[in-house]
Design a protein around this ligand. Sequence first.
Ligand SMILES: [Zn+2]
Ligand SMILES: [Zn+2]
Length: 241
Amino acid sequence: MWIHRLAQTLQQDFLPSHCLICLAACQSADLLCHACLNSIRRNPWACPRCGQPGSALSSYCHSHSHSDTALHFVQAGLEYSGVTKDLIHRWKFKGAVELTYLLVQLALETAPIRERYHGLVPVPMHWRGRWDRGYNQSRLLAQVLSLTFEQKSHRRTPVINSLRASPRKKAQHHIDRQQRLVSSRGRYTTRASFPNQSLLIIDDVVTTGATLEAVAKTLARAGAVRIDAWCLAQAPEVPAQ
Ligand SMILES: [Zn+2]
Ligand SMILES: [Zn+2]
């Protein structure tokens, strides 16, 4: 209907919309105003093993043996603070799944994916957590990334959903990386095999990298030969208590 189309055009071109974060008027196609967009902190230089901010191996990765890691390279494009933290909170806990595309594009600006992978592996959630939230946020990220690759290069990178997670043993907030590594060990399983494949693990927020490491070990046991990880954001590590 032409009147419907006219109304849509008017809305898109003339009526201002509002920034999601600060409610300032902005271009109707944008979800964020310039000020909020510019305030987003990037995490371009990160430890290649655990994603901690810095330009080289983090002190943790420096002082621990390299032979026991299955992860080759970790990227997390944004710092988990300010506007990013607010966006991720709405997206993850308030059901704002429409923010998936924006978050992926923001993170890709600082953490582009240049390798070709046989598959994208979202970090699985235990079914009870998925039931409570209604979706697995890492799977949404992987689906949007897969579509983005396909639009750019006309190649399909499948999303691999064959991993299973057992429930967490205890709250993760107050334990350090070493304790997290121990509590994440054996949490993820798969019946699939990935002989000689290169895989990219997808997660939303990386804190210590222990979850990524546990998923990577499962994939390595299933035959994968190169395992990297891509995450939206890096959270500062909570000091051990
Ligand atoms: Zn704003
Ligand atoms: Zn590190």
